[in-house]
Design a protein around this ligand. Structure first.
Ligand code: SF4
Length: 340
């Protein structure tokens, strides 16, 4: 529950609204695991909450550490489904990449999660509990949140909005909106709605400079082609000094040529944006290849010369399949890798 819903519940108990702030602080800031530990609540309220409510957590099923310090956490949900969360510490920030669905139905051809299909949406508490549980396990404070793990966040719209409220709340995790990024394949109606409902950063998984290539690697493009997507980007109500991030996975021989860079530069003209280039992370079952370093730098250099901000994202956690597009529920990985 976010603060508003919790306040409503407490009002139904004839309690004062400030009790909701107290409870949120206990859960998200002091990280207690039972109502009985909330010592500034009246005893009678603690007993009622114990009886009628649940402080649910995720079960940590596995924790793997990469040579580069990235860690992948596998969490078990109450129905035994699992999701993955990736902890990425670096010099200037500590980022947590969280999941919003078990599996995903967007079908991106380069993504291991897509092979699982959509199993179910995560509930708001399952989204925010990934932050809570990882923060309990690590000593460094998590500074940035990216919703780029398993699932398409805007396909689980209401739960993601509720989770964002908790992440941003002064009684919740207190993340500034600038430190949270939600990534989408480009669900046009939801992007326009999201622009009105939230002020966090928006990233779009673009990956192609034209519909022909994008249709091949991202089936959702057939529903929302680039013309509509770029139009939505132009209409998106960006705050001052903010930009849309286009994520562009470079797939060897498919979308990484100089001609593609030229087409891309023309397509994004007029959109306040930056581009993150992500050299493809090869995985055992994928047909795609990582381009050569020379190809990657040529692509980047062309865009920089067009005055576009372009970063090459360093791949983290490749040795533990924690990099972009490599997340998948553990028991599914075993089935997928050994049976199919
Ligand atoms: S890349 Fe993202 S949206 Fe596409 S299938 Fe994978 S998890 Fe879903």
């Amino acid at each position: 529950m976010d603060w508003h819903k919790l306040k409503g519940l407490l009002e139904s108990y004839d309690e004062k609204p400030f009790r909701a702030q107290q409870i949120m602080k206990w859960v998200f800031q002091k990280k207690v695991s039972s109502f009985s530990q909330m010592t500034d609540l009246p005893e009678i309220l603690r007993e009622k909450l114990e009886k009628e409510c649940q402080l649910t957590t995720l079960i940590l099923a596995q924790r793997q550490k990469s040579q580069d310090g990235t860690e992948k956490f596998l969490f078990e949900l109450s129905d035994k489904n699992t999701v993955e969360t990736v902890y990425i510490p670096s010099d200037d920030r500590v980022t947590l990449c969280i999941s919003t669905q078990v599996g995903c139905r967007m079908g991106c051809k380069f993504c291991l999660t897509a092979k699982q299909g959509l199993v179910r949406h995560l509930m708001p508490f399952e989204i925010v509990s990934q932050v809570l549980e990882v923060q309990k396990q690590v000593s460094q404070r998590i500074t940035n949140i990216v919703m780029m793990g398993m699932g398409e966040p805007l396909d689980n719209y209401e739960a993601v909005i509720d989770a964002l409220k908790i992440l941003e709340s002064p009684w919740g995790f207190q993340f500034s909106q600038r430190k949270i990024t939600v990534s989408t394949v480009g669900l046009v109606p939801e992007i326009l709605r999201f622009g009105k409902d939230s002020d966090v950063n928006l990233a779009i998984s673009l990956n192609a400079p034209n519909d022909e290539i994008r249709n091949q690697i991202m089936p959702m493009n057939k529903k929302y082609p680039l013309k509509e997507l770029f139009e939505a980007c132009k209409q998106y109500p960006l705050k001052k000094n903010r930009r849309i991030t286009f994520e562009y996975v470079l797939l060897g021989g498919i979308n990484d040529g100089l001609e593609h860079a030229k087409e891309l530069a023309l397509q994004i003209k007029g959109i306040r944006c930056k581009i993150n280039l992500i050299p493809f992370n090869e995985h055992p079952k994928g047909p795609f290849k990582r381009p050569s370093d020379e190809t990657i730098f040529t692509f980047q250099e062309y865009l920089i010369n067009q005055n576009i901000t372009v970063l090459i994202r360093k791949s983290r956690g490749r040795d533990i399949l924690a990099a972009c597009g490599q997340l998948v529920s553990q028991h599914y990985t075993e089935k997928f890798l050994t049976v199919h």
